[in-house]
Design a binder for this molecule. Structure first.
Ligand SMILES: CC(=O)N[C@H]1[C@H]([C@H](O)[C@H](O)CO)O[C@](OP(=O)(O)OC[C@H]2O[C@@H](n3ccc(N)nc3=O)[C@H](O)[C@@H]2O)(C(=O)O)C[C@@H]1O
Ligand SMILES: CC(=O)N[C@@H]1[C@@H](O)[C@H](O[C@@H]2O[C@H](CO)[C@H](O)[C@H](O)[C@H]2O)[C@@H](CO)O[C@H]1O
Length: 333
């Protein structure tokens, strides 16, 4: 090759790099994945009790006695008093809850209980999972926690196909439980209001459905086995709000700030697991109005206006957990 064509090639490569950098800055997620190398598929060493140790540094020791899922005995025999109303406690919703607990279950499955060390991954719904090729890595964890209606079918290469736990609420239950889950996936209800208990009861016991009281129409038919349904202890919502976001728990009616379901899932994982990794977390910058936020649909940050989340505060909380080594990130942050 002549030295002239050499220079031409070099100049071309330089222009390409400049364009890519410019594009990655203007569209954030779009080209960043070119510079991103997924972590190796080798299993991380897992130390029993490690996540619990980290959790106690963040959340204190109160959480040690708390069950992950609400139990019938605590409402049937003793009527556990709760300081807060939903979503931070069960005060005032006890009767509805009792009916739900009578038809669902609360146990942690033997397949999780029997593990010597629980390796968990919390899969957020963020766009940065797209083209990540992390599916194989995600499937290797003992416990894969997914959120809301995040699809698996058609995205296996990027997000995996295993779902051990899926957190949801009525308005986010628009997924086919049979297609997007495994036969033994635990469906964990995050209750925000008393009507959420009412909805799950009507669905599971095939009672007359209620349409009012939701910000979005929940499914009217939802084919799941009640024994796979669990009710998340609202204590985890309380400590996520209090310890991670410093939110006031008793808020004036109109503000209603709350953690995202993803942050709640990380809080849960730090109490259920020994090792906690995360993937697909992170929102675009507020000024980035065009960037799509999910790996599976084209919507922007605008869709979240009015949903009571402070995503920049959450990013600070996640960074803190990453820095102290409480969690590790499989994508970039
Ligand atoms: C319109 C609206 O209310 N959107 C909310 C949606 C919506 O209700 C469901 O998707 C419906 O199925 O749910 C939320 O969240 P969503 O279902 O979008 O995402 C689940 C969790 O993934 C993390 N995430 C998501 C996108 C992104 N770019 N970065 C992220 O870190 C977040 O931790 C997020 O919680 C929710 O429940 O938290 C929060 C969103 O505000
Ligand atoms: C009082 C009321 O229903 N408020 C609704 C919010 O709960 C809801 O936020 C959504 O509420 C969900 C619980 O139901 C989750 O917290 C979700 O992350 C959050 O985005 C927004 C959605 O745009 O609509 C308001 O009218």
């Amino acid at each position: 090759m002549t030295s002239k064509s050499h220079w031409k090639l070099l100049a071309l490569a330089l222009i390409l790099v400049v364009v890519m950098v410019w594009y990655s800055i203007s569209r954030e997620d779009k080209y960043i994945e070119f510079f991103y190398f997924p972590i190796s598929e080798k299993k991380e060493p897992c130390f029993q009790g490690e996540a619990e140790r980290q959790a106690s540094k963040i959340f204190g020791n109160r959480s040690r006695e708390q069950p992950i899922f609400l139990q019938l005995k605590d409402y049937f025999w003793v009527k556990t008093p709760s300081t807060y109303e939903l979503p931070f406690g069960t005060k005032g919703s006890e009767d509805l809850l009792l009916r739900v607990l009578a038809i669902t279950s609360y146990s942690i499955p033997e397949s999780i209980k029997s593990l010597e060390c629980r390796r968990c991954v919390v899969v957020g719904n963020g766009h940065r999972l797209r083209n990540s090729s992390l599916g194989g890595v995600i499937n290797k964890y003992d416990v894969v926690i997914r959120l809301n209606n995040a699809p698996v079918a058609g995205y296996e290469g990027d997000v995996g196909s295993k779902t051990t736990i899926r957190l949801f609420y009525p308005e986010s239950a628009h997924f086919d439980p049979k297609i997007e889950n495994n036969p033994d996936t635990l469906l964990v209800l995050v209750a925000f209001k008393a009507m959420d208990f009412h909805w799950i009861e009507t669905i599971l016991s095939d009672k007359k459905r209620v349409r009012k009281g939701f910000w979005k129409q929940p499914p009217l038919i939802w084919d799941v086995n009640p024994k796979q349904v669990r009710i998340l202890n609202p204590f985890f919502m309380e400590i996520a709000a209090d310890k991670l976001l410093s939110l006031p728990i008793q808020q004036p009616r109109k503000i209603k700030q709350k953690p995202t379901t993803g942050l709640l899932a990380i809080t849960l994982a730090l109490h259920l697991c020994d090792l906690v990794h995360i993937a697909g977390f992170g929102y675009p910058d507020a000024s980035n109005k065009k960037q799509t936020i999910h790996y599976y649909e084209q919507i922007t940050l605008k869709s979240m206006a009015g949903s009571g989340h402070n995503v920049s505060q959450e990013a600070i909380a996640i960074k803190r957990m990453l820095e102290m080594g409480a969690v590790k990130n499989l994508t970039y942050f």
